[in-house]
Design a protein around this ligand. Structure first.
Ligand code: NAD
Ligand code: UDP
Length: 309
């Protein structure tokens, strides 16, 4: 049986591919390399168990037989990444999701939709439970991502309701670790790259906004558990260790041993004020609980950047 990972050349996708290769599965990666990198797949491809198909899933998804799970991780994910690709982001969330759902339906396969904490917008319920309907600006700059993901969720739910496809929706909260793209503008990669170069760390706004950062290995463990279950979700996957952006900056400066200062920049439009997952559902249903502490995960991530930049 085959596992399909759309977006498999990206940060999360390539780790998911590795996990399935390790489990002995045959994996097909569908990726257009818009924000992903073939280098992320070097070890997986060397196993001989991975086939990579270069193409835009919003335009075409090839016919593949004997598929057991289709994961849809294809989408730009960082704010700078989707803000420069507004139409591609909307297209992959809508047309791409539909084509991948068709592939799952044809194969009577499990379908896992990688949605996001951005579904909750700038939340006025804290921490965020799955029942919370969100506070999203439908026409703001971030809406190309938020609304694409909301559409993906609606499409996924419709396939379950009308075609009885075995679907799952996961809402992923900020994740970090090796293979983060050094140039895609996310907070952890920016701060590590800046700290390693003794450049000022760029704090957007006052840096008092919060994020809850999950280490990649924990997240992949959660995604694998969802793939193996038949639960529909939506289900939050993230680490509830909530920190301000200033706290993240000082932890990275200390871990690198850097002499970087802080440089304050404008806060991007609609930047959520705080974000923290309630993961009771993931704990109870999947028996999943992230275990890698920030100080440990950040050391491993810094080591990766030291070796690759
Ligand atoms: P990433 O940019 O590293 O990976 C996305 C991958 O999708 C890339 O390899 C890219 O080339 C590919 N892709 C984009 N559009 C495509 C298209 N039209 N056709 C084929 N391939 C396409 O991002 P990531 O951090 O690995 O995120 C993966 C998924 O998880 C995304 O859907 C993202 O929205 C979701 N997510 C990630 C996070 C996080 O913290 N990393 C948080 C919430 C949700
Ligand atoms: N951020 C920052 N400096 C940076 C990059 C990001 O202060 O160089 C902030 C950003 O404004 C947001 C948080 O860090 O409040 C997380 O940003 P990221 O782009 O990683 O993810 P988001 O959660 O916004 O999608």
């Amino acid at each position: 049986m085959t596992i399909v990972v759309a977006g498999g050349a990206g940060f999360l996708g390539s780790h998911l591919v590795d996990a399935h290769v390790k489990a002995g599965d045959h994996v097909v990666v569908l990726d257009n390399f818009s924000t992903g990198n073939r280098k992320n797949l070097i070890e997986a491809e060397a196993s001989g168990k991975v086939e990579v198909i270069d193409g835009d899933v919003a335009r075409d998804v090839p016919s593949i037989d004997h598929v057991r799970i289709v994961y849809n991780l294809a989408s730009p994910a960082s704010p700078p990444g989707y803000l420069v690709r507004p139409f591609d982001t909307l297209a992959v969330g809508s047309e791409g999701t539909r084509r991948l759902l068709d592939l799952a339906r044809e194969n009577q396969a499990r379908f896992v939709m990688a949605s996001t904490s951005e579904i909750y917008g700038d939340p006025d319920v804290h921490p965020q439970v799955e029942e919370y309907r969100g506070n999203v600006e439908a026409t703001g700059p971030r809406s190309v991502y938020d609304e694409a993901k909301r559409f993906s969720e609606a499409m996924t739910a419709a396939y379950r309701r009308y075609y009885e496809t075995d679907t799952a929706i996961i809402r992923i909260f900020n994740t970090y670790g090796p293979r983060l793209d050094k140039d895609d503008g996310r907070v952890v990669s920016n701060f590590i790259v800046q700290a390693l170069a003794d450049q000022p760390l760029t704090i957007y706004g006052k840096g008092l906004q919060t994020r809850s950062l999950c280490y990649i290995d924990d997240l992949i463990d959660g995604i694998m558990k969802v793939g193996q279950s038949h639960h529909p979700g939506p289900i939050n996957l993230g680490n509830p260790d909530e920190r301000t952006v200033l706290d993240i900056a000082s932890a990275i400066i200390a871990a690198v041993g850097s002499s970087s200062s802080l440089e304050y920049r404008d806060l991007p439009a609609d930047d959520p004020t705080r974000r923290c997952p309630d993961i009771s559902k993931a704990k109870n249903i999947l028996g999943w609980n992230p275990s890698v502490e920030f100080e440990v995960g950040i050391r491993r991530t810094i080591e990766y950047f030291r070796q690759t930049i």
